[in-house]
Design a protein around this ligand. Sequence first.
Ligand SMILES: Nc1nc2c(ncn2[C@@H]2O[C@H](COP(=O)(O)OP(=O)(O)OP(=O)(O)O)[C@@H](O)[C@H]2O)c(=O)[nH]1
Ligand SMILES: [Mg+2]
Length: 302
Amino acid sequence: MGLFEKIKNGLAKTRDQLVTQIEWVISGKPLDESAFDEIEEAVILSDAGIETTELLMTSLKERWKRGQVKTSEDVKKVMSEEIEKMLSDIEAPVMTNGSKPFVVLCIGVNGVGKTTTIAKIANMYIAAGKKVLLGGCDTFRAAAIEQLQVWADRLHIDVVKHAEGSDPAAVAFDATKAAKARDIDILILDTAGRLHTKANLMEEMKKVKRVVGKELEGAPHETLLVVDATNGQNAIAQAKTFNEALSVTGIVITKLDGTAKGGFLLPIAHSLKIPIRFVGVGEKIDDLIPFSAKDFSKALFE
Ligand SMILES: Nc1nc2c(ncn2[C@@H]2O[C@H](COP(=O)(O)OP(=O)(O)OP(=O)(O)O)[C@@H](O)[C@H]2O)c(=O)[nH]1
Ligand SMILES: [Mg+2]
C-alpha cells in the first residue's frame, strides 16, 4: 500500500465524521448562515479547536460572499486548501541534522505508543541503510525493557539496557557512549510513560537530557514527543506542558486510525508550531508515515 493510501485509511474515521456531515448539511439545501453553523459544528467535533475552526470558517465565508463557494465540492476544496496551508508550517518529516550519532529522546504519557513508534522509526532508518541502536531508558517495568528487546530482535539491532529500577539517565549515558563507539547513525532512547503534570518525572527527563548532552555535545538532537490522537484536545495540553518542561523539537501523532478527532492537528500547527514528524496509522511495523500537509489535507477530503 502506498503512503497516500495509508494516510487515507488512517483518516477514515475523521473523514467519515467531518466530510459526511458537510455533505449531508449541504445536500439539496442552499448554502446559508445556518448551513455554515452546522459545518462549524462538524469541524469542532473533529477536535479542531475553537480558534482554528473560526479561522477556517472565516475564510470559507469570505469566499462564499465573493461567490466562490456554492457546492459541497467547493466547501471541501476550500477547507482542504486552508488546512494544507495551516499544516504546511509544521511539516518537517526529517529529523537528522548531520550529527552522528543522531540522538532521539522519545517521551510522552503512558500507553501513547512510544515503544512501538521507536520500532517503526528504527525500521524506517534501517531500510534507508542507517545503523540504529536503541536505549532502554524505561527502567520502570521489566516488561518494558523486554518489549523493546523483542522489537530489536525482530529488527536485528541492539538495545543498551540496565536492570529494572535503575537510573534512566545512567542507561542514556551508556547508550550514548556505545553509539559513539559503535559508529551508530541514530540512537533512539525509549523512556517510561509519564503524566505531564508530574513535576518530579519531568525533572527525571531533564536529567536524562543533561547527561546525554554531557556525553555528546548537542544531544539529544531531537526531543520527540509522542501523542495519541484518540486523546484529541487533551493531547494538545500534553504537548504544551511537555514542551514547557523539556523543549520538544518534534511530535509523532499515533493511533490516527482509531479516532474521528484528527482535526486536533490544526491547533498543534496553529498554536504550538512544533514540527510533526510522523503519524502512526496502525500497529504494524510499517504503519508510520512521514507527515505531509498536502497528503493529510487531500486524504481528509478526497
Ligand atoms: N491502532 C494503532 N495502535 C497503535 C499505534 N501506535 C501504537 N499502537 C498501540 O498502542 C499500544 C501501546 O503502545 P506502546 O508502544 O507500548 O506504548 P508506550 O507509550 O510505549 O507505553 P508505555 O511504555 O507503557 O508508556 C500498543 O498496543 C500498540 O500496538 C497506532 O498508530 N495505531
Ligand atoms: Mg513503552
